[in-house]
Design a protein around this ligand. Sequence first.
Ligand code: ACO
Length: 273
Amino acid sequence: MTDKTYENIKIEREGEVTWIVLNRPEKRNAMSPALHYDMEDALSWLATDAQTRVLILTGAGQAFCAGQDLKAYFRENENAPIERRRAGLASHHWRWEMLSTFPKPTIAMVNGYCFGGGFTQLCACDFAVASEDAIFGLSEVNWGIIPGGVVAWNVAKMLMPRHAMYYATTGKTFNGRRAEQIGLVNIAVPQELLRQETLALAADLLNINSGVLRYTKEAIRAVTDMTVEQARDYLAVKQEALAKADKEIGDKVGLKKFLDDKSYRPGLGPYSK
Ligand code: ACO
């Protein structure tokens, strides 16, 4: 079956890795309503696409994403409340609800500019790899709005409080190296190594039992909003659920290889199938 094609995004395959490329380079991948609708459709399709085991989100050209399209998303909908509401729902749906709960690991590959609303999908992805010279900015205050949607919520969670306050209130830009220092991305690398390093992370993830990976990432997200007692209970039930769902029966395989076969050491890496 041939892959779907879209006007505002591109789908590319590399084995079990699927790339979604925001594809409005002439507008620095600013998010128009039409782009939001494309992303909703693509994420809904890829969530159950058997070939996709890791998803990488990036942008075409010089930008990862220059935020909401200030013309098509804001100005052109100023007097169209229904269109604005529809676009707003789609925007939140794919960038936060669908991406932060995507059933496979997700990596944001930040290749260039990342502004404002672009932070939502950046934070929704499980991992982020940035070019050292990518430019990040919470530019909302620069043109007269607050970091809305769930941008302020995300940066307040992801960054240490002083960094969140500083960058949200000054609107100052920072580069990929700084983004790594303040915990916004996992790693920043020279532009020429960006794709290679991102694929290396994807390869590491492909080596892990996919059920274990999914349940672990869901657990890490869920426990942050729980009390320790709730987390302990949740994690016990989650492990039970994994044991039922895991087709590889990973724990049995892992223990056998370590304890009986003595063929590998769990402390040093995942078992091979
Ligand atoms: N919305 C609409 N159009 C945009 C956006 C945007 N967010 N970003 C870039 N574009 C358009 C420009 O209007 C321009 O269009 P044109 O060729 O039809 O005139 C084209 O993309 C290229 O933009 P330039 O500014 O010429 O490109 P440059 O490389 O010099 O600068 C930069 C790139 C720094 C990203 C600049 O375009 C910019 O500041 N964009 C706005 C970033 C921003 O603040 N986004 C909003 C965040 S708040 C939110 O998301 C709610």
